[in-house]
Each structure stands twice: as structure tokens, then as C-alpha cells.
Design a protein around this ligand. Structure first.
Ligand SMILES: CC(C)(COP(=O)(O)OP(=O)(O)OC[C@H]1O[C@@H](n2cnc3c(N)ncnc32)[C@H](O)[C@@H]1OP(=O)(O)O)[C@@H](O)C(=O)NCCC(=O)NCCS
Length: 289
């Protein structure tokens, strides 16, 4: 074990650390958690997942396992409030990076920092803001959503559909936003409404939405590129909104990239409006050099 400037030893997290990590994640002040289908403790066992330990106490943790294989989201960075987040980051991030470099020279790291202290640490380490995620909201009864005929049926998603859903996801989203099969399965299991668009026995689009206290949140929506522009995305969206409305939901949110013009236009057409909330997306490319 090596002792660092933080006077802590760095090692890989194990299942035996679960309780200590839970305390860190739930009770400490400096905690960055990725908006994720898998909670941070469930990434234990996937590298890199590092802890800084002092006198047998975990004082900081950093998890950034790649998933999909070339994208390493910073899924957790947490530091005990009596230690410096900067000192912890400076010890943990280079170690995590070294592990990522061993996996593949083409891995890109990414993070959506919600707090300014974490944003500053990312900038300090050479992460750059590449784009923003913006939030839109829809309110029941304000605008009617009326899809035309699309030559496809919208039906509930089944577990057996997930492999085809993964193909749609991979084809429709850019690398940084793709979800792997295991992530999509978690999303499906957490969904309030999950539907697919099917034509001639083939899946060509899907959406997954979760329940919120006020209604719902559209978490994923994609249409296979060859079938885009035929009203399928709009129909999936309208069907999802109608289902939420029938359940008494009056507020549905969605996040998208500020420069995703097709999705912004689609959401506006369905009655969503920008809320003003936005979050920066940072990426780290030096691994590609
Ligand atoms: C966004 C997406 C789901 C739209 O699905 P689609 O089936 O192609 O959309 P539709 O044909 O139903 O179009 C409905 C409306 O969306 C908007 N739209 C769709 N494609 C567009 C494009 N290329 N440029 C501008 N607006 C577009 C338009 O407002 C359109 O209405 P109109 O036909 O009256 O102009 C699809 O492009 C996609 O899968 N993109 C990649 C994944 C993604 O970005 N998902 C959303 C992330 S939150």
C-alpha cells in the first residue's frame, strides 16, 4: 500500500466496503452521483472503483467503470467533509485514469457535474465542457398531442424486446449517450411506462419513462435512423403522455442535449417547454491522444 499526500492509501473497493460507502454517499457533503440506472454501490466490483482509506476508515471514493466499453462516466466521487475534495481528487483520479488507459486507449471519460466544486475539479484536470443538457416540462391539458397514421403499432415493451431495443439505441444515439443491454434492462425494470414501435414484426423505436411525484420523466426515446422522420417518435411520445394523463399525472419532464435540434423540436411539438434548468456535460479526451 502506498501512502499519499492525503495520507491515505488507495485501493479497489470491495463488497465489504458497502456500509462505509453507503455512509459516505448518503451523509457527506461532497458527493457527486451520476444520474444512473444503477445506484453507486452496485458498481462495486467494476473497475475502476477506488477508495482512499485512512486509519481503516474510508475518506473518499471514486468510481468510473466504462459502460458502454468506451465511455467512463464518473459515477461516484464522494469525500468526507473533514477532508479536501481537491486533495482526494488529485489522488484518486490519476489512479482511475491509469486503469482506464489499461482498458483501452480510446476510452473517453465524462461527467455531468451538478455542483460547482466538482465542476472546478474537472476543469482543473483537463475535462472540457462539450455541451449542455437542458430540461423541458409538459403539463397536462395545455396542448393536445395528436399523432397521425404511422404504419407502425405502439405496444408495451417486453423483456424479450430488449436486445432489439439495444440495437435501436446504439444506432440512434451518439457514443456518449448509448445505453448497454444491462443498463436498458435496469431501465426497463424501473420504468412506469415502456413502449416500442413495431412495423412488419420489426422494432423501430422505443421509449422508457419513470414515475415522479408529480407525474413522469421520459428517460429514453429513440427511433432507428432509417425510420426517423415518419412520425414514430411523436407517436411514442403522445402515447406515453396519454398513458400518464390517464393515471392522473399532470407534469412530465425530459432532458435532452441543448444542440439536439430534432428532439427539441419534437418535444416542443408535443407541448413541452424549456424550464430554464440546464446542466453542463464535461468530457475528457486525452486518453484518445
Ligand atoms: C428525436 C427522435 C426520437 C425523433 O423521432 P422521429 O420519429 O424521427 O420524429 P418524428 O418523425 O415523429 O418527428 C416529429 C417532430 O420531431 C421534429 N423532428 C424530427 N426530426 C427532425 C429533424 N431531423 N430536424 C428537425 N426536427 C425534427 C419535428 O418537429 C417533427 O415534426 P414535423 O414532422 O411536424 O416537422 C429521433 O430523431 C431519434 O431517435 N434521435 C436520436 C436519439 C435522440 O436524440 N433521442 C432523444 C434524446 S432525449
Amino acid at each position: 500500500m502506498v501512502t499519499h499526500a492525503l495520507q491515505a492509501s488507495i485501493r479497489t473497493a470491495t463488497k465489504a466496503d458497502t456500509q462505509s460507502l453507503a455512509n459516505l454517499v448518503h451523509f457527506e457533503q461532497y458527493v457527486h452521483r451520476h444520474l444512473d440506472w444503477r445506484p453507486p454501490l452496485e458498481w462495486i466490483g467494476h473497475a475502476p472503483y477506488l477508495v482512499a482509506e485512512r486509519n481503516r476508515n474510508i475518506i473518499a471514493a471514486l468510481a468510473s467503470p466504462p459502460d458502454p466499453p468506451n465511455i467512463a462516466w464518473i459515477r461516484l466521487f464522494a469525500v468526507r467533509s473533514d477532508f479536501s475534495p481537491k486533495a482526494a481528487w488529485e489522488e484518486l483520479w490519476p489512479e482511475a485514469l491509469a486503469t482506464l488507459e489499461q482498458f483501452s486507449p480510446s476510452v473517453s471519460a465524462a461527467a455531468i457535474p451538478m455542483q460547482s466544486w466538482f465542476r472546478k475539479l474537472l476543469e482543473f484536470s483537463g475535462f472540457n465542457q462539450t455541451h449542455k443538457v437542458v430540461v423541458l416540462a409538459w403539463r397536462a391539458g395545455v396542448e393536445a398531442c395528436s399523432p397521425g397514421k404511422i404504419g407502425a403499432i405502439i405496444r408495451p415493451m417486453n423483456l424479450d424486446d430488449l436486445s432489439a431495443v439495444e440495437d435501436i439505441d446504439m444506432a440512434a444515439f451518439g457514443a456518449v449517450w448509448q445505453n448497454t443491454l444491462s443498463c436498458l434492462e435496469l431501465a426497463y425494470r424501473q420504468a412506469a411506462i415502456a413502449t416500442v414501435a413495431e412495423t412488419e414484426g420489426k422494432l423501430v423505436g422505443y421509449q422508457i419513462s419513470t414515475a415522479t411525484t408529480m407525474g413522469g420523466h421520459l428517460a429514453r426515446l429513440a427511433v432507428t435512423p432509417a425510420y426517423q422522420g415518419r412520425g414514430i417518435g411523436y407517436s411514442l411520445l403522445c402515447d406515453m403522455l396519454a398513458q400518464f394523463e390517464r393515471r392522473g399525472a399532470y407534469h412530465v419532464t425530459v432532458n435532452t442535449q441543448h444542440d439536439n435540434l430534432s428532439s427539441l423540436s419534437l418535444y416542443q411539438k408535443a407541448g413541452f417547454r424549456r424550464t430554464g434548468e440546464e446542466y453542463p456535460v464535461y468530457q475528457y479526451y486525452p486518453l484518445l491522444k
